[in-house]
Design a protein around this ligand. Structure first.
Ligand code: MN
Length: 265
């Protein structure tokens, strides 16, 4: 397939021009979430060849989302919490290798659970950081705006459902807007912890962390206030890019539909 126009600069075409490579890009964008890649200290190309994950840099400073999210929350959340998921995922991979080399699978259940939790945490947070911007807020237009109107009735209805979904996560977890490629639709789901309530094959394009570590230092037990203020930092350009990337890849939809109107008219 040819996707030259959507390939990020610096990414290797031979990695991206596979379904798996494209799915990886859909999840982590241009950030090297798997392996340090171009940054140098882990051998690899920024994809998955070295089989190790790395903490991506934030696309803004720790204080950039104030007053909506405090600098200290961002610093701890990124440098300590996200780093722990990266380390945990890599440690689980090493455990897998040890088990294979020794043919000893006594601890396989714990290792598989560790990887699911930590890898999911790594991906959830990588998307979450990119979904936010100091220039965020407002609402989406373009293909995503139209898809939200079609799927939820209006942006206001979408926002109401997403907010309710986030506020009603039981304990620690996430609210997420997913693109579901089988029926080509958007839906809002929850994740319990980092990895509970799986929606196989669906790709999150907007993630909201409602673990207490994401807001407690600033909002204490007022999760609803945190969620309301978070809407001010949502980077709809990023969410739109994710949606358009997925829907253009899928069977050449998107651009072709636009042109159909012109030729028919
Ligand atoms: Mn978190």
């Amino acid at each position: 397939m040819s996707n030259d126009s959507i390939l990020p600069t610096g990414q290797r075409r031979d990695v991206l021009q596979t379904v798996g490579g494209l799915a990886g890009f859909a999840l982590i964008g241009s950030t090297s979430a798997a392996g340090a890649g171009d940054d140098g200290d882990v051998e690899g190309d920024g994809a998955t060849e070295n089989g190790r994950y790395a903490l991506p840099e934030l696309p803004y400073e720790y204080d950039a989302l104030e007053p909506y999210i405090d600098e200290r929350i961002m610093e701890l959340h990124h440098s300590a919490h996200h780093q722990a998921y990266v380390d945990g995922a890599n440690a689980a991979l090493e455990t897998f290798e040890e088990m294979r080399s020794e043919s000893d699978y006594e601890d396989v259940k714990a290792a598989k659970r560790d990887f699911s939790f930590n890898f999911s945490g790594h991906i959830n947070h990588t998307i979450f950081w990119q979904n936010m911007s100091p220039d965020g807020g407002g609402e989406p237009d373009g293909d995503l705006g139209a898809a939200i109107d079609e799927g939820f009735g209006s942006f206001e209805a979408f926002r109401e459902e997403f907010t309710a979904t986030a506020e009603n996560v039981e304990g620690d977890g996430w609210a997420m807007l997913f693109y579901e490629p089988v029926a080509d639709l958007l839906f809002i789901g929850q994740a319990e912890s980092q990895n509970g309530l799986a929606h196989q094959g669906s790709i999150p394009i907007l993630t909201l962390d409602v673990w207490e570590h994401a807001y407690y230092l600033q909002y204490e037990n007022e999760r609803g206030s945190y969620v309301e203020e978070w809407w001010n930092v949502v980077d709809w350009d990023d969410v739109c890019d994710r949606y358009e990337f997925l829907t253009q890849v899928e069977a050449g939809k998107g651009k072709d539909d636009d042109h159909a109107d012109e030729t028919d008219g």
